[in-house]
Write a protein that binds this ligand. Sequence first.
Ligand SMILES: Nc1ncnc2c1ncn2[C@@H]1O[C@H](COP(=O)(O)OP(=O)(O)OP(=O)(O)O)[C@@H](O)[C@H]1O
Length: 349
Amino acid sequence: MSEPHLLKLHDVACAYGDKAVVKNISFNLNTGEIGCLLGPSGCGKTTVLRAIAGFETLQQGSIHLEGALLSRPGFCLAPEKRRIGMVFQDYALFPHLTVAGNIGFGIRKHPKRAQIVGELLELVGLAREARRHPQELSGGQQQRVALARALAPNPQLLLLDEPFSNLDTELRRRLAGEVRDILKARKTAALLVTHDQDEAFAVSDQIGLIYQGHLEQWSTPQKLWQQPKTPFAARFIGQGYFIVATATGTKQAQSELGTVFTAQDWQTDTKLNLLLRPDSLQYAPDSSLHGELLSKTFQGAGTLCRFRLAGGSLALALLPGCFEAAIGSTVGLSLNSQSLLAFPATAET
Ligand SMILES: Nc1ncnc2c1ncn2[C@@H]1O[C@H](COP(=O)(O)OP(=O)(O)OP(=O)(O)O)[C@@H](O)[C@H]1O
């Protein structure tokens, strides 16, 4: 028999006053899994997290943890009774307490407090900083204290709200990997909120993409990349651009890139939008397909170039090395992909 889900959201809706903010949010998280709510600013990610923590009430739907009801309209179990830990964006550490004091704060009466604090200090790599105060630590170290403090009461689920947003890019990347390792070592399930796709991909087993208060897709990072369900998901994940095309036969379409293959079958003459990602195009000096180079950004391992294609569409291409062509020059390009993802052309794309 399959294990029951740890966290289950069914048809959740929340509002501030009469302003509906999130609607029809349904997803499940399994024991030990790391989930992530990803989406642009203001889409409702934090509201969903706060509803799970018990800080927002539900207009509709239900939230269960290990089969027990936490929230439904008219019922909201108090946050402190939920066995859910929370790590805030600004860490919210107690400045007058040492690192060890902060970590042990939530388990003051626990008989094994010293042992648990010691284990967590080791786990987050701060054993030597145990007697220091938060203001004597770097941002990354403070974040690790906040994580250890949230883990100390052994919550069933940990919620992290933009946990790395106050850190510089390099540290974010490193800490995201470290946090994943720590959560996996403890087999603690977690749900984090971010608007940063790299962070979501680095940490998560499942990603929920939210747009304008709706859950567009809940799936693994791989599936979100390979099979985005909606045009928004396709564009948001991986810097996608669309070009128009018309289906001409089995998995074939005609576009300004010539005849292309599509991943799905379409009825002949269906108007399509084809997804081009930066890895869909490659430099091909002898190709009959051209693009005007509009801008370029050197990214170390490659150069991200923005082109206007012959038919007027825009596209990005990540070209290897330091791409030397001048802005405004015409560059030969060819398709890198065996087949392109396509969506029926609608107002939405
Ligand atoms: N306390 C509140 N009262 C009224 N409106 C609110 C309140 N909190 C958030 N909102 C509004 O609800 C919407 C969703 O906010 P929320 O904080 O959930 O989004 P978010 O996706 O987490 O955004 P960000 O990434 O910028 O933090 C926004 O339009 C926001 O202005």
